[in-house]
Design a protein around this ligand. Sequence first.
Ligand SMILES: [Zn+2]
Ligand SMILES: [Zn+2]
Length: 346
Amino acid sequence: MRCQAMTAFGQPLEDLERETPQPGPGEALVKITRAGLCHSDLHIHEGFFNVGGDAKQPVAVQFPCVLGHEIEGEVAALGDGAKGPAPGTRVAVFPWIGCGQCTACKRGDQHLCGPNRVLGVARWGGLADHVLVPDADALIPIGDLAPGVGALAMCSGLTAFSALKKIGKPRAEEPIVLVGMGGVGLAGLALAKALFPNPIVAVDIDPAKREAALKRGAAEAIDPAAADAAKTFVKQSGGAVAAVDFVGAGDTYAFASGSIRRGGTVVVVGLFGGLANIPLITLPLRAMTIAGSFVGSLDEARELVDLLKTGKVATPLMEERPLAAANSAFDDLRAGKVVGRVVLTP
Ligand SMILES: [Zn+2]
Ligand SMILES: [Zn+2]
């Protein structure tokens, strides 16, 4: 197999050739057709996540490692006893695979288990032509979804879907605010349009991204850098029932929490990092809920793929590039030059 491997933090990926692995009991081998690039890949490549102020949480990986957790392909082989779709089936690969033994895994939250079997982090991931999947149950048939849609569903799509599910079923006239129109935010916009009749308000400092959001059905697009942007929004609309922060920085959280009405919910999804100053008295006085959402469960991933198969969700913006151009794709993503998602093809 061929892969673009990370051999040291912060260094260009290297083109490596390795023997293609054979699936053991319960495992599956997938021939990759598409792999999406995610901002988390950039953080892992840098070697740390910013957890607020100057605090950095180091990433533990073994070199060489292969990034990429938004994977789509065809089942190439199943190991002994593996309960997965037959070889040749088009699948998306759920990458957030848990140990299968702990309480989180047993209640269906294997995405909250730990990183040990996660593809593209602890295990070799999608920036390759094949991937070994440690549990064939993680393969989700995608039918005839357009190329790349299944891949993007596994991180940006799933992350947005799981976050939006935490809003519940609000009254139809109340606006929902989505902060940050990067890859995950745009996926969130498309899903929110399919899931809710409510007006969806897009927020981004970048005019090109606000424009992209308006073209894709946002009722309104707000520049959060404008003076008193959140206050003005609340005055005009009565406030949002919920705001999803797809960035997770101090100022995007500030806008999100400032844009909700009393009794509203802020869901923080983005991993940009930063600190928020939260006067605790505002939680009871505003009857406010702050929730965190991390990727999503395997059941949610299956539910999302079913929703995508209905054709009710707009296809995400994506740009295909060859796997061999992974390094320049990383550079562009880091420089904020990508609208939507880059999808690599081996
Ligand atoms: Zn991701
Ligand atoms: Zn577990």
